[in-house]
Design a protein around this ligand. Structure first.
Ligand code: ATP
Ligand code: MG
Length: 438
């Protein structure tokens, strides 16, 4: 007996006509119409039609088809046959159907049915939900985004690093720290690699980036916060000003979104999404002006306030009118920013920035305070005890170049790029205040 050639929905083509082939996948649809049965097999890339005319296939095959449950995993061996009416112009006439794993029924949720399934049901049964091509396409795009980030930054001379996720102190304020017992001590899950990437600036590794998990105990339930996300961080030394940081982040975002437009056409089609590369250069809006713009919409906000979700959205609308999806908001009040941000002397402001994409913050960063005395003063001013940060402060006492950097939420970038309503769609197994399983 000649060996069947393994094929899948991507590799099987009308050119295989007459060839013995085998395909594996999930039984998405089974239709037994008396004289003929159809089986649609789904794999990662699409579907293959198996057509079994009763007169032409063995009775055992018809028996298997008759008892097959939806979503079972099967291996079909048979002859490929060009067929205009089948997807891809080719079908398989089976000589054997092996059930590799029978699916129980009823299914916890449908895969192809167009009924609206509650988000909770989907996330409770995420393995099943991810069988939907449009759910999976997001992760193919996310994976490409990560590759594109790495390619761009490596090309710019950045070194990829990994800093600890179990840490002794937080960097972004106590309210969102997750505490854990670490042998005989208390420790925390890292909210960001901030302190470590800054310490690296004193080592000679003068351009680093990290893509890794960040943990935050976010108490409010929003469509843009989760308690575990992938943070894309960068830090660069010997900068002349904060603009050096803006320049790298802007070019990186352009390169990533441009790469998706160029390489992800099939996934974007599956998602029915159209992505456009933002207009560059991104406008730079000073914080004070941003507040005024938001006030101009009739929204109540005071100078010194955070723009907040609604303020960010309002600003997003204004910028959209002007043809801009991406824009910078710079020079926030020093008070509103963490201790490690450099103050703009003689003003209440700071060398800080946010990058907003379609009305939502996706990145924050700035120039860092590299002068030891000033850094200690800032910590004290924010009610922090510098002695808890000695491991960090020491790196500033023995030669620390001027530096700056950013943190960018990968999922927020993907969410806004694809216009997804909820950040959870971009996370395989999201974590939030309520959800810890699966
Ligand atoms: P926000 O004001 O939206 O809560 P933040 O200013 O507290 O965000 P940063 O400390 O600036 O967040 O973190 C840098 C980036 O990390 C953010 O711009 C965002 O893209 C991402 N990020 C922060 N917190 C979360 C979260 N809980 N879930 C998903 N992404 C997050
Ligand atoms: Mg921020």
């Amino acid at each position: 007996m000649s060996e069947a050639t393994p094929r899948n929905s991507k590799t099987l083509s009308p050119a295989d006509s007459g060839r013995d082939v085998s395909v594996k996948g999930w039984a998405q649809e089974i239709r037994n119409l008396g004289g003929i049965s159809f089986l649609i097999i789904r794999d990662r890339h699409g579907i293959v039609q198996v057509t079994a005319p009763k007169k032409k296939v063995a009775p055992e095959v018809m028996t298997v088809l008759g008892g097959l449950s939806r979503e079972s995993v099967v291996k079909v061996t048979g002859v490929a046959k060009a067929a205009e009416q089948a997807k891809g112009g080719v079908e398989v006439v089976p000589s054997s159907i092996e059930v590799l794993s029978a699916a129980a029924s009823p299914l916890p949720m449908g895969v192809v049915d167009k009924v609206n399934v509650e988000a909770d049901t989907r996330f409770d049964n995420r393995f099943m939900d991810l069988r939907r091509p449009e759910a999976r396409a997001v992760f193919e795009i996310k994976s490409m985004v990560l590759d594109l980030i790495g390619d761009f930054l490596t090309g710019e001379g950045f070194l990829e690093v990994f800093t600890p996720k179990i840490v002794a102190s937080g960097a972004e304020g106590g309210a969102t720290l997750f505490q854990l017992k670490y042998f005989e001590q208390m420790a925390y899950l890292a909210q960001s690699p901030q302190l470590y990437k800054q310490m690296l600036m004193s080592t000679g590794l003068d351009r680093v980036f990290e893509i890794g998990p960040a943990f935050r105990a976010e108490h409010s339930d929003t469509v843009r916060h989760v308690s575990e996300f992938i943070s894309f961080d960068g830090e660069l030394a010997f900068i002349d000003s904060m603009n050096d940081v803006l320049d790298v982040v802007e070019r990186c975002c352009q390169s990533v979104i441009g790469g998706i437009v160029k390489n992800a056409a099939p996934q974007l089609e599956t998602l029915n999404a159209s992505v456009t590369v933002p207009r560059a250069p991104y406008p730079v809006i000073e914080y004070c002006d941003a507040v005024e713009m938001v006030q101009g919409t009739g929204m109540h906000i005071d100078l010194g306030d955070d723009l907040g979700t609604e303020g960010e959205k309002a600003l997003g609308e204004i910028m959209k009118e002007k043809g801009h999806d991406m824009y910078w908001i710079v020079e926030y009040p020093e008070e509103a920013k963490p201790f490690y941000i450099m103050e703009k002397d003689g003003t209440p402001y700071s060398y800080s920035f946010d990058l907003d994409y379609k009305g939502q913050e996706i990145s924050s960063g700035g120039q860092r305070e590299h002068r030891y005395d000033r850094l200690v003063q800032r910590m004290q001013g924010k009610g922090l005890d510098p002695s808890a940060f000695n491991f960090y402060l020491d790196a500033f006492r023995f030669g620390m170049p001027p530096h700056g950097g950013w943190g960018l939420g990968v999922e927020r970038l993907v969410q806004k790029m694809l216009d997804l309503p909820n950040i959870r769609e971009t996370i395989l197994f999201p974590r939030d205040r309520i959800r810890l399983v699966p």
